[in-house]
Design a protein around this ligand. Structure first.
Ligand code: BG6
Ligand code: MG
Length: 221
């Protein structure tokens, strides 16, 4: 039986995936590194420093900076990102999300956020979404970034629910791998599939209807 919905944040609850892209693009331009939206796909769901390593690798520049320099540059990207999220309000919650959360909670389902972003609490506050979640995984405490299932398993544990009774909702391939490895039912929102396929593929959050999710979950279980 379905007991919980576990949501990714960036690109699922709101379109901050785009803001992450813009912040990395600004840093890349300053450093003379090539970076575009196609490359950006591989950064979705991936932690801050690992994301920077991918950009450097794509440019053949892994050894161009020392570790402290990389950390400083990744912090600079975060400053750009923090500037961008200052404008977020509840109007930036993606279509269908608030309705889904309201209905799920009314039905007694548990809800959690599984985001590796250290900015997640601030973004949730700005979106006025914090109250809709029973728990938010602490990104600082998660050792392994997506595609590792750790963050999803942490959420299930915090909710006191078995992984097989959870639906995970993600916009990134790394996240889908994490959900599937956790033994959960995976819903992909506009995912550019380059690996394992989600159990259910949707084009946008508008298609996230609770009765449809429950029906699809039951067919697979
Ligand atoms: C994920 C995003 O949710 O969080 C990634 O999809 C981002 O793009 C990662 O790199 C880490 O976020 P932050 O806010 O801690 O730099
Ligand atoms: Mg995401």
């Amino acid at each position: 039986m379905l007991k919980a919905l576990i949501f990714d944040l960036d690109g699922v609850l709101t379109d901050t995936a785009e803001l992450h892209y813009l912040a990395w693009k600004r840093l890349s331009d300053e450093l003379g590194l090539a970076f575009d939206r196609v490359q950006n796909e591989a950064l979705k769901g991936v932690g801050r420093l690992d994301s920077f390593e991918i950009i450097l690798k794509n440019n053949g520049k892994n050894d161009a900076y020392t570790q402290p320099e990389k950390e400083k540059l990744a912090t600079r990207k975060n400053e750009y990102y923090k500037e961008l999220i200052k404008t977020l309000t509840k109007d930036d919650v993606l279509s269908g999300i608030t309705e889904l959360l309201t209905e799920a909670r009314k039905m007694g389902l548990k809800t959690a956020v599984a985001s590796v972003s250290r900015n997640a609490p601030e973004v949730l506050e700005r979106l006025e979404l914090t109250k809709y979640f029973d728990t938010v995984a602490d990104a600082a405490k998660v050792k392994n970034s997506k595609p590792d299932p750790e963050i999803f398993l942490t959420c299930a544990e915090q909710l006191g629910v078995a992984p097989k009774a959870c639906i995970g909702i993600e916009d990134s391939q790394a996240g889908i791998e994490g959900i599937l490895s956790a033994g959960m039912f995976a819903v992909g929102i506009n995912v550019t599939v380059t690996g394992r396929t989600p159990d259910l593929c949707l084009c946008s959050t508008e298609e996230l209807k609770l009765d449809y999710l429950i029906k699809s979950f039951k067919v697979k279980r």
